[in-house]
Design a protein around this ligand. Structure first.
Ligand SMILES: [Zn+2]
Length: 124
């Protein structure tokens, strides 16, 4: 299986047959010659099973949403550890405003937003 195909939603609806030479629609049994791209299959799904295709695409989006949730859980863990680090080492909360500390965090994870001193006080 080529890398390009793996993420495509068409594989929810199609299966490869005849030693990967053809693909078969699981919904209606229509077969197409498989030539290493999914455009024929997408065209078929759009014209014959548009509702199913939309549902599959929405489910994929849902999965990405779950991934974002995981990232924010990581952020929460990072933040609570930061709060613990500050509160157990006599470092003032405004330390998070330190230019070099901010750079340090950015280097570790460019997507992470460091809490403001006020936010830390609220969570403390
Ligand atoms: Zn079909």
């Amino acid at each position: 299986m080529g890398k390009l195909d793996d993420g495509s939603p068409v594989w929810i609806f199609f299966e490869k047959i005849n030693g990967d030479k053809e693909v078969k629609c699981r919904k209606c049994g229509k077969t197409y010659k498989y030539c290493l791209n999914t455009s024929v299959m997408i065209t078929h799904l759009r014209s014959d099973h548009p509702d199913d295709l939309r549902k599959a695409e929405n489910e994929r989006k849902g999965k990405n949403g779950a991934k974002n949730e995981k990232n924010s859980r990581y952020d929460n863990d990072a933040n609570s550890n930061l709060i613990m680090a500050l509160s157990t080492s006599n470092v003032p909360f405004r330390f998070v405003k330190n230019e070099y500390f901010k750079k340090f965090c950015l280097l570790l994870n460019p997507d992470h937003i460091v809490m403001s001193p006020d936010a830390i006080r609220r969570n403390w």
